[in-house]
Write a protein that binds this ligand. Structure first.
Ligand code: MN
Length: 302
């Protein structure tokens, strides 16, 4: 099963390079926590609760990847969500989702499911394969207080529907959300203005992404390693980038001595600066709202 990005998408674009005068440095490198969730799915919780304020508006990032079915076959049976959005990106594998509103879809190689839980739903996310590689990510994006009780929404975005472009230095860019080098991504959001890029950098290539200093930014490397200035982000590590007041963006570089392309997620967002109250799959602004969510779930209102 190929894990290369889809270069045969409907709209391959060539774009000009961006230039930066004062790129950001690294604030910290995070290894994440090995854990399991759902029915025994092994994963690494890269962004966990203690980092939620630092990476506001993002609440969680899980990375999963295994060719051992015992690590993923149980999937995520029926469970509720309220108050935020889940973004599932499948690098390899097939996962079927069903929800309490009667929606159903299949997420596979290179596709994204963007789900807005809003006031709440109950859904399942189950592997539709009994062997082979299952690799991907689930990101949780917070909703502003005024939208937490909005109507649930979701969209399955097939791999070929994700806008892509190639920079002059040969970096392949998949724009899942936001905008990069003039190319609009598959999803746009007001308030948090999420940027979600999947970058593949050939040996020696650089990638520049202008971003205002107030955006919180993480880079998760999952093939080879990348450099920010003279600091290395090793594979399977997340770098939280600094928010220097005079910085103008993010500059990533792959070592010329790499034997294969480096690959990373570049994720940025505008912080909400609102209180975060979480109990498991419910993320609200106050403890009372979380207790209401538990009550509503127990009474079958999700
Ligand atoms: Mn879920």
């Amino acid at each position: 099963m190929s894990t290369a990005p889809n270069t045969n998408g409907p709209h391959p674009h060539h774009v000009a390079s961006a230039t930066l005068a004062r790129p950001r440095g690294i604030d910290q490198i995070v290894a994440g926590v090995s854990t399991s969730d759902g029915d025994g799915v092994k994963l690494t919780r890269v962004l966990h609760q203690p980092l939620q304020q630092r990476l506001d508006p993002y609440l969680m990032l899980d990375a999963f990847g295994s060719d051992n079915p015992g690590d993923y076959i149980g999937g995520f049976p029926s469970h509720p969500h309220r108050g935020f959005e889940t973004v599932t990106y499948m690098i390899a594998g097939r996962m079927r989702h069903r929800d309490s509103a009667g929606n159903e879809g299949l997420l596979e190689n290179g596709g994204v499911q963007w789900m807005t839980a809003g006031r709440g739903l109950v859904h399942s996310e189950l592997p539709e394969q009994e062997h082979g590689m299952m690799e991907g990510f689930q990101l949780w994006l917070n909703l502003p207080a005024k939208d937490k009780m909005r109507k649930p929404w979701y969209r399955d975005i097939q791999s070929g529907e994700i806008p892509e472009f190639v920079t002059p230095s040969g970096v392949q860019v998949r724009v899942i959300a936001g905008e990069s080098h003039g190319i609009a991504g598959a999803v746009q959001r007001e308030h948090t203005e999420p940027l979600y890029l999947d970058l593949t950098l050939p040996p020696g290539a650089e990638f520049a992404q202008p971003l205002p200093p107030d955006r919180n930014v993480l880079v998760y490397v999952f093939r080879e390693s990348l450099f920010v200035g003279s600091s290395e982000i090793p594979t399977k590590r997340m770098a939280i980038l600094a928010n220097e007041a005079d910085s103008d963006g993010v500059l990533l570089r792959a070592q010329a001595s790499n034997h294969s392309p480096a690959r990373a997620l570049l994720i940025a967002g505008k912080p909400l600066h609102e209180p975060i109250a979480q109990y498991g799959p419910f993320v609200m602004n106050t403890r009372e709202q979380v207790l209401q969510a538990v009550h509503d779930f127990q009474n079958g209102k999700l």
